[in-house]
Design a protein around this ligand. Structure first.
Ligand code: THU
Length: 130
């Protein structure tokens, strides 16, 4: 997986983060299997629980453009350690089987399989296997 382009796209998307409450900007970039890249940033709300994470915004943009198969996602923030997706975002990524996840800050990167971040995401639900 060639992550550099995706990481750069995620940093660019982060520039558009709407995060007036947390002041914590996040960017995400999702690579579709046809080569298209879809980006997202966090979009916060005065009613805090309505906040949308960068990953979910990227998935929404991709699905709205007709993409449903993905190779990986990069998530970036200017954090002390590479940012980790929240549980809800892991579930949303699992819905579309995004297999690889790169988490980055300004100085380091960590790569995971989504299966490591959310084991047994679908097992048993609506009688699915793992
Ligand atoms: N956030 C994301 O956008 N993605 C993550 O992976 C973790 C957290 C956002 C949500 C909120 O706007 C801010 O970061 C602080 O939690």
């Amino acid at each position: 997986m060639e992550w550099n382009l995706l990481v750069e796209a995620a940093w660019q998307a982060r520039e558009h983060a709407y995060a007036p409450y947390s002041e914590f900007a996040v960017g995400a970039a999702l690579l579709a299997d046809d080569g298209r890249v879809f980006v997202g940033c966090n979009v916060e709300n005065l009613s805090y629980g309505l906040t949308r994470c960068a990953e979910q915004v990227a998935v929404g943009a991709a699905v709205a453009a007709g993409a449903r198969k993905f190779l990986g996602v990069a998530v970036v923030a200017d954090s002390g350690v590479p940012i980790s997706p929240c549980g809800a975002c892991r579930q949303v990524l699992a819905e579309f089987g995004v297999p690889r996840v790169l988490l980055a800050n300004r100085s380091s990167r960590l790569e995971f399989r989504l299966e490591e971040l959310l084991p047994r995401a679908t097992a048993g639900i609506l009688d699915r296997g793992e």
